[in-house]
Structures are given as C-alpha cells and as structure tokens.
Design a protein around this ligand. Structure first.
Ligand code: WTA
Length: 659
C-alpha cells in the first residue's frame, strides 16, 4: 500500500480558474439562494450538530420519537437514539396516504422498450408502489424472512428490484444488493459473508440487446452456499432456467396468495438497513453496513438541497441499484422526497448512442445525475447524438464517482446543459452513505473539476498524517473530523477492520482514503485514492482482488495490477503477470486471463492490458513495488526512491519489453 507519509507525496497539477455562477433564473426558485445562507446554516450545523440534525429529523415520520440525537464514542456513532421509524413508510406510505397517492413514483423504461407485464407498467404511482412492496414483503415473510435476516438481491433494473429493496426495509430484513454484472464467485462470497438464506433474482436481464443469465449465475454460486433456503425468481427475459424444486420459486406464482397489506416493522434508529460490499485494499470485499434513521435523513436532506428537489421534478440518477449511488439517490433519496424517479434497465448506447437523451426528452427529465465515465463515453460517441434531442426540460446536472476532468465538465455544461444548467460535482463514498462535498446549485459558484464545499454537518479537512491541516493548495489526506448521520456503522462481521481502516490512519478522524487539496476559497479538489483501490469506469476496485483472481488461474505464478489513466474509463487496469514454469506467453493466454478475471469478478474488472514478465520488481522484504509498475504502465519516467528495489534488472527488462 502506498501511504502518504508526507503531504508532498500527493502532488496536484490540476489548476482551473473558470468560474460559473448559479444562473439567476435557477436561483430565483432554489431552496437555498445565497452563500451567506449556506455559511450560516453550515456554521450552525458544525457548532451545534444536535440542534441542527434534531430539527432536520422532524421532516421524517417517526413511530416513536428519539431521545438523544447523537451518541458518539469513537469510532461508534448512534444517531436518534431511542427512536423508531421505518424506511418504507417514509419512502411510500406518507405519500401514498396523502395527496401524492396518484403521483408517479417510478417511471420505468426497459432496455428493449417493452412493457410486457402488468407489474412492469411504465408508470408506477405511489399507491401502487405501496401495494407491490407490501405484497413482496408478505412473500418474504411467507418464506420465513424475519427482522434482521439478510437477503441478497441480484437483479436487473426492473421495478421488482425496487419492490424487493423496499419490502426488505418494510419487514426489517437487511438487503445486500449484488450488482448484476458480478459473477457467481462474487455472489457466493457475499452470501457466505453475510449469511443470507434467501436470494431474490430474475431469470435474466437485458444488456446491450443480450441476455445476462442472472439465475444461472445464482445457481453456480449456490452450489457452494448450503445455507440458502429459498430463491425467488422474477420472470424478465423468459429464457428457460433451471428451477430446483422446494428451493426456487417463481415470483409471479408465489405472489398470487400474498396480500397487498403488510404493517411496517417499527425499526430502531440504529437497526441495520443494508449491507453493500465494496472493494478494499486488502483483497477481500468489505461489507459496509448502514443503519436506518441516520442514513434515511442523509438521503432525504442531500437530495432536497444538492438536487434542489421540487414537487414537479422528474429526476433521473442513472446509477444501477447495485452501487451505493443507486441506493441513496436512484431510490431512497428520490422517494423520501416524494419525487418521480426514472429507472432505466439497460445500456446508454442501446439500440443507439442517443438512448439517454431520448429518455430525457420522452419523460421530461429535469434533474440528471450520472458519472464522469459515462460523460467521457458520450463525448467519444459524438455530440451529434445529443443534439438530436432538445433536452429542454433539464435544469440541473450532477456528477459522481470519480474526479470529473475539466474537458468533460465543460462538454457536459455546454452540450447537455446548454449552458443553463448548474452542475453539481458530488463527492462521497459507499461508506459516507450520502453526498459529503458538493456545490449547492443555487448557491455555489462552480469550477470544472472541484466538488467545492462540504454539505451541512460535514467537517471535512485536508490534513497530513499527524492530523494537522495542510496549507491552502497543498495536497494531503481527506478526512472528516466529526460523525455524521449517514456514516457507515461498520464492516459486517469485522469490527477490527472498521477501526483499523477508517479510524486509525489519522487520530480522531474518519479517513476517506482519498487525497485532496483545498484552494484559496476553501474548495476541495479530490485527487483520487491514495492506496491501491482504483476506479475503473466509476467502479471502485481493489487491484488486489484482480490480482488474486489472476493468481487463481492455473498457469499464473504472480500478478501485480496497477491503473493507468484512461480517457474513457478514468482508470484502466494493466496486469503484470509472471507464469508458472514451463508455461509460454501468448496472445491467446492474455485473452484467457482477461476472461478468467471476468468470470471471477465481473467484466468491469478485466484488465485492458496484460503484460507477461519473468519477474516483478520487489522490495527486499518481498513487497511488489507497484509505484514502479504504475510508471512503467503509463510510460512515464521512473522517479523517486528505488533503494529498496531488490533487482534492478527486472525493471530494465520490463521497460525493454514495452518496446
Ligand atoms: C471517488 C461512490 C472525485 C473517490 C459514491 C471516493 C470521487 C470513491 C467523486 C468512492 C467526485 C466519488 N470527485 N472523486 N465527485 N465521487 N469519488 O464507494 O475516490 O463507489 O473515495 O462511492 O470514488 O467510491 P464509491
């Protein structure tokens, strides 16, 4: 792991001075309209967090009021102690029982543009979302799922995936969603780690016109998961699948006898809500878990203020529910605010590269939230695809997942936003649960490439290893110095790792793992991960995981995976591989290894480049010097300290092989 032992380890060469003020038209209608207003609220939220969050929490529906706002014993926070509430009630019932009952909650668009099934009708009003969720909850109960039980959801982006998530929250089960692009290995690891006994899946999902065989992947995983009692299967793609009698059930059959009414389980504020696995630098994915009330409040507040959410908005966050952005913003934040949220099943370039723009015009999307990797793909495909559509309903654009390079920002602003839509570049993590650093669109002048200022209650700072704040424009470690309601509560089953990973690097602070600097105005410029977790096409990956997958191949002796910058994906993976004795490098083997990683982890983790070498550069203590490999991979000059390098000829050969 590359630690930032001194601040100068992180140098930033990005300088950007173009300034974009919130447009006057936007400010007129915005919830928050001035920097003075933001500064006042921010100061209050830091000075007296209990008062600030206590007041904010009154916007939620409680079954029993809380008695204490925050109970903090580092590194463990409890928020809204003594309170009881329920996520599904806040997302659905309070709208479904009021005047929003016929307001559309979900607009769904299938990849083939179809609507074959009644429950997949395109527009789902709040009242019907309530019925469907309750029915799903009753089916879960029927199969013995109780409060606290973990349920794996491995589904395409179809309305049933949303019913399934919300049904879990209704009865107090803890959902753990596994991204539909993950392989059976990844499903298996997650089932075993969280001890799930029930899996919800579909026969398949559509991706770029092809069918992803989800049920088949589940079957392969379950060969190693004897603890799973039941699998609920939603029919989507209709290809034949194998159903194990007694274990596997078609959703449309078991739903027949389930009632549309299901009383919500009163949940303690701190009862777990979901587990989401994310990459760590040590190889094994971490089960980040969030609890009920604090997470809910974070989603509700940030959606309202960062997206300036209004009753008449049609909101579209393009993230898959398998990632945290899909949890907090495609679903929870939107529904908590009673918004209409768009859910699209498929790829942005199917059947043509203008699919997203077509969807925006078709449904009149007003707020559009996507990732820099997608924006770079749009740029590559050409602006003519965007220009075919008017996009006149858009009023706000968002970005998340990795630093957005200024070129992409400007393109997004001009070509998509027509110069009239503010852009909110939102920095946050699976661990933080909700947006932490972001412009407020009616308030903050933006600059391409910076996430600007912290959200309310977020005491973010750039420090050195000793926890001392860095001077302006000097890079350092990004930390959060106070607990916040939507923070992770731990790593499932591994409290030591939680403490070690997040609360030991810098004393008294939550360590984000990111490097950053602040400019003269206090704006935060995120410089990416300081360890070996990389971000490929918006997917955060531990290079260690890819390495272990490669080493799992029978011909591979050793592997080191590093990232090099990639115009399209942000970062691309380069694998340096040494083969076992007697094995011969070939292009065919490269393809095999890439396919192997795809099978073990998922297609998004496949290295773009595989390079065979007969040795890897190592330190004397046997650690692979990834820093050197990174420099080889980017074709850059090898700089810095090499005194620990064991064998110089290795490096010379690696560089030679490049030519
Ligand atoms: C990176 C995604 C720069 C960062 C919500 C972080 C960003 C990691 C931004 C979390 C941004 C996310 N600017 N970097 N606006 N947003 N990141 O857990 O390195 O998938 O630590 O959560 O993505 O990735 P995760």
């Amino acid at each position: 792991m590359q630690t930032a032992s001194s601040s100068s380890d992180i140098t930033s060469s990005l300088r950007e001075s173009r300034n974009f003020k919130p447009p006057a038209e936007f400010v007129k209608r915005a919830h928050l309209k001035s920097m003075a207003q933001y500064r006042k609220l921010y100061a209050e939220s830091i000075r007296n967090p209990d008062k600030f969050w206590g007041k904010a929490a009154a916007e939620l529906e409680w079954m029993k009021p809380w008695t204490k706002v925050c109970d903090w014993k580092e590194p463990h926070a409890k928020w809204f102690v003594g309170g009881k509430t329920n996520m599904s009630v806040n997302c659905i019932d309070r709208h479904a029982h009021g005047w929003r009952r016929n307001k559309v909650a979900l607009i769904w668009e299938g990849e083939p543009g179809d609507e074959p099934h009644i429950s997949r009708a395109r527009n789902i009003p709040y009242a019907s979302l309530l019925r469907q969720t309750c029915q799903f909850a009753n089916v879960l109960k029927q199969f013995g799922v109780k409060k606290g039980d973990r349920v794996i959801i491995y589904m395409p982006m179809i309305p049933e995936a949303v019913f399934a998530m919300l049904a879990c929250t209704r009865i107090g089960a803890v959902h753990s969603i596994v991204f539909g692009g993950f392989s059976s290995e990844a499903i298996k690891d997650r089932i075993l780690d969280c001890g799930a006994e029930v899996v919800i899946t579909a026969d398949g999902g559509y991706r770029r016109g092809a069918v992803i065989e989800l049920k088949k992947n589940v079957d392969a995983a379950l060969a190693h998961c004897p603890g799973v009692r039941h699998v609920l299967v939603v029919k989507r793609t209709e290809q034949p699948v194998h159903m194990v009698p007694g274990r596997d059930h078609w959703w449309h059959e078991v739903q027949q006898n389930a009632s549309y009414e299901c009383p919500p389980e009163p949940m303690n504020s701190e009862d777990p809500l979901f587990i989401l696995y994310t990459s760590g630098s040590t190889g094994k994915p971490k089960g980040i878990y969030h609890t009920t009330a604090g997470f809910m409040l974070g989603c509700q507040m940030t959606t309202k203020y960062v997206f300036d959410a209004k009753e008449d908005d049609v909101y579209w966050c393009t993230a898959d529910i398998g990632w945290v952005t899909g949890h907090s913003y495609s679903i929870y934040g939107a529904l908590l605010n009673g918004l209409t949220t768009v859910l699209y099943e498929g790829a942005p370039n199917h059947p043509a590269p203008d699919r997203f723009w077509q969807i925006i015009d078709k449904f009149g999307v007003t707020i559009f939230y996507t990732a820099p990797t997608a924006i770079r793909a749009f740029i590559k495909w050409g602006e003519q695809h965007v220009l075919k559509h008017s996009l006149k309903t858009l009023r706000l654009l968002g970005s998340v997942g990795e630093p957005i390079n200024p070129e992409a920002w400007i393109w997004y602003h001009k070509v998509v936003g027509k110069g009239r839509c503010p852009i909110v570049d939102t920095w946050w993590q699976t661990e933080t649960g909700t947006i932490m650093i972001s412009p407020l669109p009616g308030v903050t002048p933006t600059r391409p490439g910076t996430a600007t200022l912290p959200f309310f209650g977020v005491d973010a700072a750039v420090v050195n290893k000793e926890g001392k704040e860095q001077p302006r424009n000097v890079g350092g470690l990004l930390v959060i110095r106070k607990p916040w309601p939507s923070m992770l509560r731990g790593i499932w089953g591994d409290p030591d790792r939680y403490r070690k990973q997040y609360w030991s690097e810098v004393k008294g602070c939550y360590f984000t793992g990111d490097g950053a600097r602040r400019d003269k105005d206090g704006y935060f410029w995120i410089m990416g991960r300081i360890d070996d977790v990389v971000n490929v096409a918006g997917h955060r990956l531990g290079t260690m995981e890819v390495e272990s997958a490669l080493v799992g191949h029978k011909m591979v002796a050793e592997a080191a995976v590093v990232a090099r910058p990639d115009d399209l994906k942000g970062q691309a993976l380069v694998a340096f591989v040494t083969l076992k004795g007697g094995q011969v490098p070939s292009n065919d083997l490269k393809d095999q290894l890439r396919a192997h990683v795809g099978k073990e982890i998922g297609a998004h983790a496949k290295p773009d480049d595989v390079r065979f070498t007969d040795a890897l550069p190592k330190t004397r203590s046997g650690k692979i010097m990834r820093r050197l490999l990174r420099e080889v991979a980017t074709g850059g000059e090898i700089r810095g300290d090499m005194t620990t390098l064991e064998d110089f000829s290795t490096l010379a050969r690696l560089r030679h092989d490049e030519e």
